[in-house]
Design a binder for this molecule. Structure first.
Ligand SMILES: Nc1ncnc2c1ncn2[C@@H]1O[C@H](COP(=O)(O)OP(=O)(O)O)[C@@H](O)[C@H]1O
Ligand SMILES: [Mg+2]
Length: 310
């Protein structure tokens, strides 16, 4: 569906995107995650044809953005990360105004407005002024607007930022619903947990590059190779440490007052054998937990905690 090949974008001397390559298959709900300043908005705006790349190729549905910009733009619906001010529009007028920009007839626009407002759960707001809507409602209206020309690819830049938890859930449900209708969706966020529940795959971006991409389970698996295990041992600690050091495949990373941190041996069977041996040798284990097998920690590790600002 979408291919990005060696995409670069410089703002003056600053390299915002550095050789990003990515393939998003049709029907995916792809999460684009990275700290502020990672280059998500820049990449998204280039894909949507709103910003010129420094170099690289974008191909959507077999069409090159460079060669067929208008055809490509027609198959994309874009929901920006900001919402303008629309003082004098009522919700239905807003939809009909955008429909007219796509040369949709007035009759068709009226029917589409009804359908799309229902889809985004705003039917009862159709006669309200846009400015009177809550942020979550405005965001959903923006999605409805982006769907007017029936795009195959829907791209949303941080659609949940600034939304309260309830509005976030509504947005998530809407996106999952759209996916089940066959849309390919790209959504960005600087909060990983927001994406991890709904996305089929994610790309983690940091400082203009993709540092991990794939299904969430697969990304976690690569992470577990580098994960650590904390053993809580208070009794006979010195003896326990010397026993641990003698066991094959186990590396002690650090020793704290009541905790011994070891490197996870890579597979769970080895880890189980290690624990059994430890217990057989009479070591008293007060607690045991794994570090970094949580996506959020993995994200922090991959992105080097390099957030510009929150
Ligand atoms: N118009 C611009 N001019 C100069 N630098 C920019 C501009 N837009 C973004 N940047 C810089 O490019 C980098 C990536 O920004 P952006 O794509 O907005 O990241 P994200 O959306 O992941 O927060 C940041 O360092 C940002 O400061
Ligand atoms: Mg952004």
């Amino acid at each position: 569906m979408l291919y990005i090949d060696r995409l670069y974008k410089n703002y003056g001397t600053h390299q915002a995107v550095k050789g990003l390559s990515l393939h998003i298959p049709k029907g995916d709900l792809f999460g684009f995650v990275g700290p502020n300043g990672a280059g998500k908005t820049t990449t998204i705006r280039i894909v949507c044809g709103l910003l010129k790349e420094t170099s690289g190729q974008i191909v959507i549905d077999g069409m090159s953005l460079k060669k067929q910009p208008n055809e490509v733009k027609r198959c994309i619906g874009y929901v920006p990360d900001f919402f303008g001010v629309y003082d004098n529009f009522r919700v239905s007028e807003y939809m009909e105004f955008y429909a007219s920009l796509y040369s949709i007839s007035a009759k068709e626009a009226a029917a589409l407005t009804t359908d799309l407002l229902e889809l985004v759960n705003l039917s009862d707001k159709r006669d309200e002024y846009v400015d009177s809507l809550s942020r979550g409602m405005k965001q959903r209206l923006c999605v409805a607007r982006a769907l007017l020309h029936d795009p195959r690819l829907l791209v949303l830049d941080e659609p949940s930022s600034g939304l309260d938890p309830r509005a976030r859930v509504e947005m998530k449900e809407l996106l999952m619903n759209l996916r089940s209708m066959g849309k390919t969706i790209i959504i960005s966020s600087h909060i990983l947990s927001e994406l991890s529940e709904m996305c089929t795959s994610i790309g983690i971006m940091d400082q203009g590059q993709l540092v991990a991409v794939g299904k969430i389970e697969d990304i976690l698996k690569t992470g577990s190779e580098n994960s650590s295990v904390i053993l809580e041992i208070t009794k006979d600690r010195e003896r326990a440490i010397s026993i641990i050091r003698q066991i094959a495949d186990i590396e002690v990373e650090s020793v704290m007052e009541h905790q011994i941190k070891i490197k996870h041996p890579g597979d769970d069977e080895k880890m189980n054998r290690f624990l059994i041996e430890l217990l057989q040798q009479g070591v008293v284990l007060d607690g045991y937990h794994r570090q970094q097998d949580n996506l959020e920690q993995m994200f922090m590790q991959l992105t080097g905690n390099s957030e510009e600002s929150v």
